[in-house]
Design a protein around this ligand. Sequence first.
Ligand SMILES: Nc1ncnc2c1ncn2[C@@H]1O[C@H](COP(=O)(O)OP(=O)(O)OP(=O)(O)O)[C@@H](O)[C@H]1O
Ligand SMILES: [Mg+2]
Length: 308
Amino acid sequence: MLELEGLVRHFDGVRAVDGVSFSVERGKVLGFIGPNGAGKTTTMRILATLDTPQSGDARIGGYSVVDDPEKVRRITGFMPDYAGVYVNTTVTEYLDFFARAHDLRGEARRKAVSNIIEFMGIGDLRDRNVESLSKGLKQRVALGRALIHDPQMLILDEPAANLDPRARIEFRTLIRELAADGKTVLLSSHILTELSEICDSVTVIEKGHILATGTVQDILEGIRSRRILSVRLAGQNDGAERFLLEQPGVLNVHEAGGHLQFEFGGGDDDQVDLIRRLLAAGFPVLEFSAHSAGLEDLFIEITEGQVQ
Ligand SMILES: Nc1ncnc2c1ncn2[C@@H]1O[C@H](COP(=O)(O)OP(=O)(O)OP(=O)(O)O)[C@@H](O)[C@H]1O
Ligand SMILES: [Mg+2]
């Protein structure tokens, strides 16, 4: 449904997007992860035909964003990271305006607006002034706006920002419903743990380059094969660091907040052995824990975290 091929967009010396390629199948939800300045918004604006690449191309439903932007717009809904709203406009008027912009007329337009109001659960807001809504509710209306012409592809730039925990759960349910309905979704976020629950797969971008792509499961398994362990001793750590470094599979021992943290290349049995050896050597082990691996770790591990 979505295919990017060597997309490039530079701004006066900044390689915002520097040869980005990936694809998303119909009905799938792809998370687009990256630190500030990674190139997420620039990529998404090109996909939404608001900007053009210097080289490369992207196809949505087979249409090129460069050669067929009109056709792309008909099947694509875009929600920018900052959704502008208009003064003195009610929710109904706001959605009606965008329905008109998409050439919906008469009964079809009225139906589109009422369907979206119902689907988004914003019936109570119908006559409220958009400007007066809270950030979370504005976001909901903005998502409704992106959906008004029943697009097959949704491009959402940080849609879960500004949402409280409950609204996030509702948002997740909504996205899963849209995907079940056959819509394809690309969404960016910094809230990595959120992505793991919403997305089928994730693509990690940094400094305009794709660093990793895969299902959330695959990427997590990749991380889990390298465990991060942590030991806290009662009293002094004298000699513990050296002892750990001498053990098989132990790497990069360092102290962090009173704990000795290290990478461990072994499996469960090796970990049990390691704990036995620590105790047998007389170290007063107060705590021993395996650092929970998640997308947050991947993000730190896989990106150098450099802001450009
Ligand atoms: N119009 C522009 N003119 C000049 N530089 C730009 C322009 N738009 C983006 N950039 C630069 O391109 C890089 C990528 O920006 P982009 O907004 O795509 O990142 P992002 O991944 O969306 O970051 P964030 O998480 O902060 O939203 C940044 O260095 C940014 O300063
Ligand atoms: Mg951005």
